[in-house]
Design a binder for this molecule. Structure first.
Ligand SMILES: [Zn+2]
Length: 135
């Protein structure tokens, strides 16, 4: 399956907490980019043709022309990996900008609109009310 902007955007937003909590979000993004690269030749060829042509021959940056005995399919997979890697990194920045000022409730994980980016805001309104009532 060819991953377009919306597909990648959705995956990043759906897994946003995981990314935020990761020590190395780039590692996660690269892992997802790697997973987006198809395995079967037919799919590789199809996705490679849909990929923007600026990523054609990305493999040359990897190997400096020294491609050894890699097949054309393997080279296309490297191009696709480079393409997805750059897309994931770019869209991650988009989502990060959109999410600025949001944090998560320590109790129920609900999104909190923390417009002041207050590091001490830990609970959503519902949980905060419960906390106060409990005391
Ligand atoms: Zn809550």
């Amino acid at each position: 399956m060819y991953w377009n902007y919306t597909d990648i955007y959705n995956e990043i937003t759906e897994n946003w907490q995981q990314l935020e909590q990761a020590t190395y979000p780039d590692d996660l993004l690269n892992e997802w980019a790697d997973r987006a690269v198809p395995i079967y030749s037919n799919d590789v060829i199809k996705d490679w043709q849909l990929m923007p042509s600026e990523f054609d021959n990305s493999f040359q940056e990897h190997f400096g022309g020294n491609i050894g005995d890699l097949t054309i399919i393997q080279l296309m997979q490297i191009d696709l990996y480079e393409y997805y890697r750059s897309e994931y990194a770019r869209i991650y920045e988009v989502v990060k900008t959109e999410r600025e000022g949001f944090s998560y409730c320590a109790n129920c994980n609900a999104e909190i609109d923390d417009e002041f980016n207050n590091p001490f805001t830990k609970f959503c309104e519902t949980c905060e009310t419960k906390e106060t009532e409990g005391k």
